[in-house]
Write a protein that binds this ligand. Structure first.
Ligand SMILES: [Zn+2]
Ligand SMILES: [Zn+2]
Length: 421
């Protein structure tokens, strides 16, 4: 009989981006202590596993890294992604019903192409795991529900053109928070319309507002879409005490949200109230995933009197959720952000990286600007070959070819022909 929940810890307690950074060394140590103190591992069916180390092959199945994997992913990054892979394999092998990767550094801002770090992320843990499970177990339809307070723009980018991966992000409205994207009109690429869903919530949304959006949008779309695997990008920075965001979720709100999403695998993303909130939020999610009663989990801090979402914001969220369903039904390729040039859908973008590569590569100062031109073959038989032209201050111009995970013969040949020229 499978175990109920597998937990993988990787606190990376001797690594950080820099002193005083919110994503710091001791960030997960309080969670580790708390879960042990609460006796979580005394419940039958909750087991702990050691993370494996992701390989370069794992990283390059999800990413294009012009500066080279060794310059973008240090050992902590590879173990964090490896912890996610271990969690995925626990579930796919039937050893555990569910699993939770309590790992850092996080990954959901890392896009397909990586020239440097974006929002504390160099490589995308969830995408690296999913691509490994596709190769190893033949998984096809996957849903990712990103509950981090920041828009999961990296994961969205990696799966933008993949109609077999549903990406849903609930986050604080991009007009008020990094990375400034994730609006309701962002619905996926021209050949994958409706497989990306964004729910930008107003600042000061509480448990009731999140649950309303999850009930109105997340649950019905998951039910309709019928994924083989549901992955939760579990960011805990919506807590009312989080130092870098403006939301009002409680530990019990996260428990209820996790019940509703019912993920097979959760992978930790953000969460920066590391002592007073993060351990309790992780505990509530772990209990929800193990089928235990989380309703008595409570953070030690006194809750401010007014944590409920205001009536005005509840009304706004109700209206927004209705609009999202309408936009999804009416989505057309011409409004996906790409324009058709002959047989190719073209999109040009500038992408900003806030941190340089690894410390061993010259430190974290400075910013990187990438220019990217993306061309998607308008293939009648498959999601189409993707050609990416990219350059930045740290990497000369280069061209890359990305095949869909089940490419047609014509796209395979097209890639062969184009890479020869
Ligand atoms: Zn976040
Ligand atoms: Zn094709």
């Amino acid at each position: 009989m499978p175990q109920k929940l597998g937990i993988v810890f990787f606190p990376a307690y001797d690594w950080s981006i820099g002193p005083d950074h919110p994503e710091r060394e001791e960030r997960l140590l309080y969670t580790q202590d708390q879960l042990r103190e609460e006796g979580l591992f005394d419940f039958p069916g909750i087991v702990e596993s050691r993370p494996q180390v992701a390989t370069d092959e794992d990283v390059l199945a999800a990413h294009i890294q012009p500066p080279g994997v060794e310059r973008l992913a240090g050992l902590p990054h590879l173990i964090s992604a490896g912890g996610a892979i271990t969690c995925g394999r626990l579930v796919m092998s039937g050893e555990c019903l569910k699993s939770f990767a309590l790992v850092r550094p996080p990954g959901h801002h890392a896009m397909r192409v990586v020239h440097g770090g974006r929002g504390f992320c160099n490589i995308n843990n969830e995408a690296i795991m999913i691509e490994r499970l596709r190769r190893e177990y033949g998984v096809r339809r996957v849903a990712i529900v990103d509950t981090d307070c920041h828009h999961g723009d990296g994961t969205q980018d990696i799966y933008w053109h993949d109609p077999d991966t549903l990406f849903i992000s609930l986050h604080q409205d991009g007009r008020t928070l990094y990375p400034g994207s994730g609006f309701a009109g962002e619905l996926g690429g021209p050949k994958a319309l409706g497989s990306t869903i964004n729910i930008p919530l107003p600042p000061e949304t509480g448990d009731d507002g999140f649950l309303l959006a999850a009930n109105m949008v997340v649950r019905p779309i998951l039910d309709e879409w019928k994924p083989e695997l549901v992955v939760n990008s579990a960011g805990q920075d919506n807590h009312f005490t989080d130092p870098i965001t403006n939301m009002r979720i409680t530990a019990r709100g996260y428990g209820a949200l996790s019940d509703l999403i019912n993920p097979d695998i959760a992978v930790l993303e953000g969460g920066y109230a590391i002592k007073g909130a993060l351990p309790y939020l992780n505990l509530a999610i772990a209990m929800s995933m193990a089928g235990l009663d989380w309703t008595r989990v409570e953070e030690p801090l006194p809750s401010p009197a007014q944590l409920a979402t205001s009536d005005r914001n509840m009304e706004y969220i109700r209206h927004l959720c209705g609009e999202i369903h309408k936009l999804r039904r009416k989505a057309v390729p011409e409004r996906s952000g790409s324009r058709l040039e002959g047989r190719w859908w073209v999109r040009e973008r500038s992408i900003y990286y806030d941190t340089h590569t690894l410390e061993s590569e010259g430190g974290y100062g400075g910013a990187i600007h990438e220019h990217q031109r993306e061309e998607l073959f308008d293939c009648p038989n498959c999601p189409g070959l993707l050609v990416i032209h990219t350059r930045s201050e740290v990497s000369p111009p280069s061209v890359h070819y990305v095949l869909p995970h089940q490419p047609c013969e014509a796209c395979l040949r097209l890639k062969e022909d184009l890479s020869k020229t």
